[in-house]
Ligand binder design. Sequence first.
Ligand code: ZN
Length: 228
Amino acid sequence: MKKAVVVLSGGLDSTTCMGMAKEKGYDLYPITFHYGQRHNIEVEQAKKVASSYEVMDHRIVDLSFLQQIGGSALTDDTIDVPTEATDDIPSTYVPARNMIFLALASAYAEVIGATAIYIGVSAVDYSGYPDCRPEFIQSMTETVNLATKLGVTSETPLSIETPLIHLTKKETIEEGLRLGVPYELTTSCYNGGTKACGECDSCKLRIKGFKEAGAKDPIPYMIPIEWN
Ligand code: ZN
């Protein structure tokens, strides 16, 4: 069986990637990063998602260094999570997060003999993060193949699969619903309560996506939401 490492945050996008990798016939090896995120409830949700997919192994990686250095509203309590979109890179950007995640995922992939890494970045309905752009993924693919034994000796290079990169949130959700992705186990809220706030940038994107897909989000919200 071919193997894929899935960068699994416990959010909507990465969980959809689990469903997509499964459909492609991969054995799933999710990896979840605990980096002191404000919404660290997502690590618990990631465990539930991994269980529901009966994965081969689920690694939880401690990256508390990212919290020690801060520099993001997601890792520093003194920086507020914004409620409005901005033209600039928002304060929820975490310094070099996806580069660090993909570097560690590629090391893991090499050890277990995986040929693909799935990561749920989107360049469409994204928050302006530089490490969600296709040019970064392309560059990182070259880098991980230059940096690893796998890249040098294997006939098939390690691929970084970004099946959501050109999808809107609506399209991602439609695809996930078709695949039976367990959205009730996912969390997207940056504020990280047991109920989603419904007001942060991430909640707004998620709610809009479900509405446009003509579906009701199965997770609870702190404020009333008008579903279609
Ligand atoms: Zn929220």
